[in-house]
Design a protein around this ligand. Structure first.
Ligand code: FBP
Length: 253
């Protein structure tokens, strides 16, 4: 994993959201693997099945992060996601890191914490970094408030994650509090549903100003009509500390 800053491309949505996220182009994993390479992302995040069937030709081109758990959005169940892939299998598939989602606030948080702890132990035995998606979810609370997001980041630190991925749409000060609570665990921001490009760039700027490690974006890239332009602009914000205005002038308009 890169030490300084990072930009990952997430494509684990087939299991999480199903085909509603896809069109004829981005439904094809090869299209998204190519985008990860051409957009110079630091890694692509997929479930084991996609890695097994599609990563072969990309092994020298883009580092792989295997998401070890996942759940569908079918039915109306308590937020809970169990591992479907082992650390051992992820290593065999060529993973440079593994990912695991927890839902602090779920009635089943203990089950996910237990599994996360075991995965972290095994991954660290093999020097494999662990990225924890930490999304506060459960009945009757606003999962995305600053304090809940900071809580979710803190849980990831205490469980032993190397990187925590959070959903955050607040301001720089709020996100600074999240980063502070994450301590030595580095914070990455998820992209969320597709928004207009300017908005994606502004959120990226807020993330980096707050001291985040980087971004792990999905839909905003592979659903975009100009994915490489947007990826280039994001890279300038994440790695070159450019302002939104600067990158818009260079890439956008
Ligand atoms: P996006 O950048 O597209 O939001 O992807 C981030 C992500 O965490 C994915 O890795 C995951 O598949 C999805 O969002 C889960 O979203 P949710 O739990 O909100 O349905």
């Amino acid at each position: 994993m890169p030490r300084g800053k990072a930009l990952f491309l997430a494509y684990d949505h087939g299991i999480e959201h199903g085909p509603k996220d896809f069109n004829l182009l981005n439904c094809n994993p090869r299209y998204v693997f190519d985008l990860a390479v051409d957009g110079k992302f630091d890694a692509i995040i997929v479930q084991a099945g996609l890695a097994e069937k599609y990563y072969e030709g990309y092994k020298d081109k883009i580092p792989l992060i295997i998401k070890l758990n996942g759940k569908t959005s079918l039915g109306n169940r308590e937020p809970y996601s169990a591992a479907n892939c082992s650390v051992r299998r992820a290593l065999k598939l060529g993973a440079s890191a593994v990912g695991y989602t927890i839902y602090p606030g779920s009635k089943r948080e203990e089950d996910m914490f237990r599994e996360a702890g075991m995965i972290i132990e095994e991954a660290h035995d093999h020097n494999l970094p662990v990225i924890m998606w930490s999304y506060p979810r459960g009945e009757g609370f606003d999962g995305k408030s600053t304090q809940n997001t900071a809580y979710a980041a803190r849980v990831a630190l205490e469980l032993g994650a190397d990187i925590v991925k959070v959903e955050y749409g607040g301001d720089v000060d709020g996100l600074k509090w999240v980063v502070k609570n994450a301590g030595k665990t580095r914070v990455m921001i998820a992209g969320g549903e597709k928004k207009n490009g300017d908005c994606v760039l502004e959120e990226a700027r807020v993330a980096m100003d707050a001291g985040a490690y980087g971004l792990a974006v999905g839909r905003n890239i592979w659903q975009s009509d100009h994915p490489l332009q947007l990826a280039n602009a994001l890279r300038k914000i994440v790695f070159n500390n450019k302002s939104v205005e600067e990158v818009k002038k260079e890439f956008w308009h």
